[in-house]
Design a binder for this molecule. Sequence first.
Ligand SMILES: [Zn+2]
Length: 311
Amino acid sequence: MDARLGVFLFLLVTVLQTVVGNKWGYDYADGPKFWPNSYPNCGGKQQSPISIGVSEVVVNNSLPQFNFDHIKNVTNLKMTLENNGHSVQIDLKGNNLQLSGGGLPGVYNAEQFHFHWGSEDKRGSEHNINGKQYPMEMHVVLYNSQHGVFSNALNKTGGLAVLAFLFEIGETNHHFDEIISHLTKISHKDDHALLNTFALDSLFPHDAGVYYRYYGSLTTPPCYESVIWTIFKNHIIISEEQIDKFRHQVHRNYANETDRDISDDYRPVQRLNNRVVMTNAEEGLYYNNCKINLPFNFYFMVLLFLLISKL
Ligand SMILES: [Zn+2]
């Protein structure tokens, strides 16, 4: 065979493998069950997300608080909002947003943050607590600065750290206005929009002192088991109206295709296997999210009201 033809065929196969291999999603046909076929790491023993059963969590008093002083830096920061077809992501460039403390082995630089959300309030988060899923989850993805760049850290043990925040529905959260007001500009895959910079920690809950810690993976292909996970106990509040804009203003398709929402871009929980989830404080052992409490109280109050009104 002609050498040039050989090179051409090799390149053609490589390109085709890349194109086919990159076709992953959350539908039945390309969904999480099939990821291990193209991405063997997705079938590993230390995968994410997981269900955190608070009664099995272990308190580790040697886990310190995080130092958020340098993650709020906006000098020379460039924030780019992007629709990558799987999520809404904000790329952070031009300045190293550094994070230390929290028991991390070194200084970590923030690379990007993104969201997972559901088409309904009862689902959307990747991690769940005591079996309860939340409507949205934000991931701040950081890499260990000793690897120099994100791509070098991606597949190294402890190379990445992800800060995960769960959302609950409540009042309007104006800290998300800058992102949400630009969603219509990234309504299709590969769309980008430049944001006015803001302090990253303004999105965090007021008290981000209590957290859960375990070792896991990227929750999307190639699912490398390189992530030190932190899930904060306190939630971010967002309104129904705000989350609805994530649900319906951004689509997973290109502009010339039929619009389909990105919603429900979460991977189901993975086996814990022999891993242990830790918390940095006693408060981590208590989580008031019993699903029965609220409706029961509601019916009890209605009954009480009816009884009193009869008297
Ligand atoms: Zn994520």
